[in-house]
Structures are given as C-alpha cells and as structure tokens.
Design a protein around this ligand. Structure first.
Ligand code: SAM
Length: 252
C-alpha cells in the first residue's frame, strides 16, 4: 500500500492510528529564512516560503515529532535529516529541539555531502548535514552487520538530477530503512517532497504513507513511485544489502 496525502503533516499525522508506524525517514524544510543562493540554486518551494519565526518553527517540529512518537510502535525508529544553521553571529543545532521531544536520541550521523553551499570563504564550506536516529522507548533494533559497518559518517553526494528543490539522495532512506526493518512494515515521511522515501520503501517491500503541501510534488512523486525509473533502480541495487530481485527470499 502506497498512500500520498495532500495537507499539513502536523494535522495528517494526528489522524494516523496509534502504534502504527515502524519507521519514519524525513527531512523537513530547514527554515532558512531567505538564506542561501549564490552560485547554487536557492531553495524555493512550491507552496510556502520557509520563513517562520524560529521559535514557531521549533515548536511545530517538536509537536510533529511527538505526534509521530505516539503513532510509532515500541522500538520503532525515526531518522531525521537536518543541519546546523548559521545566522549572522549565532548557530542553531537540531539538538536544541530534539532534546525536548519524547524520543530517545540513539545516534547522530554526519552526512558528508562532498559539496556545500557556503563558498564565500567567510566560513569553512559547510559540506555536512546530520541524520538523527531516534528510537521509541527503551527497546531498539540491532543493526545488521553490513549496516553497522556504514559507521557514523556517511559519505555520498546529494541528488543533482531531481527537479524537486531539496531532495535527499535515494541511498539515504534505503540505508535508514534497511538498517532497522527486516520484516514488511509501514514507512512514513511527513515531508514527502519528490517521494524518495516512498521509492526506498516500495523497493524494500514496505507500505508507505507520505504527505506534502504541494499537489505538484505529490503528482510527481506518485509518478516516480508507480513507475520506478532505471536510474532509481540502479542506485537501489548499488546501495541495498539485498538486490530488488532478491526481495522475496529476504522476507520469506
Ligand atoms: C526538504 S523537502 C523534502 C524532500 C524529500 N526528502 C525528497 O527527497 O524529495 C520538504 C518538503 O516538505 C513539504 N512541506 C513543507 N511544510 C510542510 C507541511 N507542514 N506539511 C507537509 N509538507 C510540508 C515541502 O513542500 C517539501 O516538498
């Protein structure tokens, strides 16, 4: 089952059943407040401008993360892709609000992107993002050896061939999901975007629910998930610990 829902994820998540989600993989808009651009394309979304007052942004994130916690099975996981943001003289790390949620913070993973947007020379080029692995309750999954061996610094490039303004690469949700979910389950992404998490979920044999504010992004994502491209398939086959051809034996 693949379900793509248009609307505000804070509301949609509240309507899901309790103890329903096995794993969430997501990347929210970063509330860049107009920062960015230069020689790289500035991130401009279809339906909103990513400029909330920071306090409101963080309280919305905390509310969403806590709702997803309630909807997640005991021992379930949430992988949260974000970054440290620098504004004038200050910096804001996601730790500022993650520590205020119900989640148990299991690990901070550095995503070494290889390229960064700040190339003015006024700072060292920021070429990392973060992926926070959060777990529900005191139980947590034991990682397959191949996945534990990824280490806590993940080196892969962003996806430059995706029309969405801020996609993550397919390898990211594939790594996250296959690390914690070995039986068919329910994967959630409240910020669906181009549907990268949905592609990973489908190819790994899971059900998927994704939400987005933009009808256009949802249409594009529906098409991408229904008609998996050879490119997505090739990337999946390179980064999956099982090949797509081998799905049945993995789950039997
Ligand atoms: C950083 S992008 C996610 C990209 C996605 N990981 C991918 O690989 O394509 C964030 C997405 O969240 C959507 N969005 C922003 N605020 C939202 C909200 N309150 N509810 C649902 N979707 C939202 C935006 O339209 C955008 O597509």
């Amino acid at each position: 089952m693949i379900s793509l829902i248009k609307g505000n994820c804070n509301n949609i998540a509240k309507d899901l059943d309790d103890n329903f989600i096995n794993v969430t993989v997501t990347s929210p808009p970063y509330n860049k407040r107009g920062a960015g651009g230069g020689i790289f394309r500035k991130i401009e979304y279809d339906t909103f401008d990513d400029t909330l007052p920071e306090e409101e942004y963080q309280s919305q994130q905390i509310e969403l993360l806590n709702t997803i916690y309630d909807k997640t099975v005991e021992g379930g996981s949430l992988f949260y892709n974000h970054k440290v943001r620098y504004f004038d003289g200050s910096s804001i790390s996601p730790w500022a609000w993650l520590t205020q949620t119900k989640w148990n913070i299991r690990e901070e993973i550095i995503w070494a992107r290889g390229m960064g947007t700040e190339i003015s020379g006024y700072r060292f080029t920021q070429n990392d993002e973060r992926i926070y692995w959060l777990c529900k309750g005191s139980k947590h999954p034991r990682l397959p050896r191949e996945c534990a061996n990824y280490g806590s610094v993940w080196k892969f490039a962003p996806d430059m061939k995706n029309d969405h303004p801020a996609p993550y690469p397919l390898i990211l949700p594939v790594r996250c999901i296959q690390s914690v979910l070995s039986e068919p389950g329910l994967v959630f992404d409240p910020y669906n975007g181009s549907g990268t998490t949905g592609v990973a979920a489908k190819l790994l044999g899971h059900d998927y629910i994704g939400c987005d504010l933009s009808e256009k992004y949802l249409d594009d994502a529906r098409n991408r998930i229904e008609n998996i491209t050879q490119r997505d398939m090739n990337i999946f086959n390179q980064c999956s610990i099982m090949s797509a051809n081998n799905l049945t034996s993995f789950f039997s």
